[in-house]
Design a protein around this ligand. Structure first.
Ligand SMILES: Nc1ncnc2c1ncn2[C@@H]1O[C@H](COP(=O)(O)OP(=O)(O)OP(=O)(O)O)[C@@H](O)[C@H]1O
Ligand SMILES: Nc1ncnc2c1ncn2[C@@H]1O[C@H](COP(=O)(O)OP(=O)(O)OP(=O)(O)O)[C@@H](O)[C@H]1O
Ligand SMILES: [Mg+2]
Ligand SMILES: [Mg+2]
Lengths: 257, 257
């Protein structure tokens, strides 16, 4: 049974890529088999999972060439149990082809269910947006995690996203889009605004906010400067420990063992 | 003579909105007349310039209803010399209508030149992307500022952006898209990665990086929590001073007096 988890947020720079990469790595070292798919044209993930050689095929073929088998797009990473589809949406032309193909919001879900049922987890990283690419990710997912920085622009953007989430829900047939929870990221306990906003979120939203908080942690910045996830860079760091705790909380909360 | 400046970056959360809002406010208190246009469906700017009353018309009409005069879309803010067009691209439907209209990359430029020539500066905030909305902003601009956080994912995303910038340049006729410079934002001098990346950028790119650096500054987070720009919140703060210095550097470098 494969569980598909996506990291979605219209707000930029809140830790979507960092969280997708590190949760995937945590599952992989925890013995689960994991496929990580980068849906963002920025293609940030390839810099965090140690993929050296320039790939040729990836997310572009996944979305615009339905005849190319998904197995051909899958790459290995520096972690045994972690496989990866790299984002190769490089030109404006590529982007336009993708946006044309994904007007069908069930596309990604169909492609994933074709060849990828042998993974325990599939993790999707989406770009900062609420467009059709995000709708595709939402429709394909069993659980949606919303990373949130405890700052007012991010909170306002989340409110707007949750409103459009209802609209997105109406657009899809016969499927309930499930938000697994809000994940507080880049949290600085010395920052008065972070402390205040964090408290407000827990009291207003209770269980829909994960108990695990991802603190702002220099090991994460250092790991990414070295082209690694913090899990493979420094397993005993505050950052890596937080993502392992998130994995445990997810497995318990949604009975994913 | 109106100068049009845009803040563009494919990377999310690097301070595009914060920089657009605060540079616009700095020009306004410096006595210039300024129009700030929010092109991001997230509509973050309305929370930073003290626009209380829910607007009805804005960026949506600017882009999809060419018969609506631009003057009708312009709102006042809490600063006398600062006017503003608010982003009201609210539903997925709205976004699709916008993306359809902006396949014409000259659209925004035409709309701005219709009614807005009485401003000294027009400042554009774009969403994190390289799509047609960004191309519209680039084509309409005299000067493009690229905010950059000194972290490896942002630097890699900038490199990718500069490659697609050349492609964007080829797509537009008879106009040279001019990058005014790279602006280092959210800079933390205690962070070893920031110091190293900053040094590398100055030695590799020299004058294309603004001498003014915007430090990470709690006054900026506090101001945004209060729905203000840091200029109107605390004019003598480190954050506000940095944006005033950026204004001076721009005026000198490009002779905008
Ligand atoms: N917990 C953390 N501690 C320190 N730095 C972090 C943390 N999480 C993320 N970062 C850094 O913050 C920046 C933004 O994170 P990231 O790129 O993962 O966000 P994103 O939401 O994927 O951004 P985008 O909107 O561009 O896709 C990156 O430079 C990343 O290395
Ligand atoms: N110099 C700074 N010091 C402290 N906080 C800052 C600074 N600049 C921006 N911020 C905060 O960092 C976050 C990201 O900034 P901002 O929203 O302006 O970036 P953006 O590039 O416009 O993001 P998006 O990609 O979502 O449009 C916001 O919460 C903002 O308040
Ligand atoms: Mg990302
Ligand atoms: Mg913004």
């Amino acid at each position: 049974m494969t569980t598909i988890i996506s990291f979605v947020s219209q707000k930029g720079g809140v830790g979507k890529t960092t969280s997708a990469t590190n949760l995937a790595s945590a599952f992989a070292i925890g013995g689960y088999s994991v496929l990580l798919i980068d849906l963002d044209p920025q293609s940030s993930i390839r810099y965090s999972v140690g993929v050296k050689k320039e790939q040729t095929q990836g997310t572009l073929e996944l979305l615009v060439e339905p005849q190319t088998p998904v197995q051909r797009l899958i790459r290995r990473t520096d972690l045994e149990n972690l496989h990866f589809i790299f984002s190769n949406i490089n030109t404006l032309q590529d982007e336009r082809r993708v946006y044309h193909a994904i007007e069908d919001y069930k596309l990604l879900s169909r492609r994933i269910s074709q060849d990828c049922q042998n993974y325990d987890f599939i993790i999707l990283d989406a770009p900062a947006s609420t467009n059709d690419l995000t709708l595709n990710a939402l429709y394909a997912s069993d659980l949606v995690i919303l990373p949130l920085q405890c700052e007012s622009l991010a909170v306002k953007s989340l409110k707007r996203f949750l409103l459009s989430f209802n609209e997105l829900q109406e657009q899809v047939e016969n499927k309930e889009l499930r938000i697994a929870g809000i994940l507080l990221t880049l949290y600085d306990k010395e920052n008065e605004v972070h402390r205040r906003v964090g408290k407000q979120l827990y009291s207003a939203l209770g269980d829909s906010v994960f108990k695990t908080i991802i603190p702002r942690n220099d090991s994460i910045t250092e790991a990414s400067a070295l082209g690694k996830s913090v899990i493979t860079y420094k397993l005993n760091s505050v950052g890596a420990t937080a993502y392992i705790r998130l994995m445990d909380e997810l497995v318990d909360k949604f009975n994913l063992r």
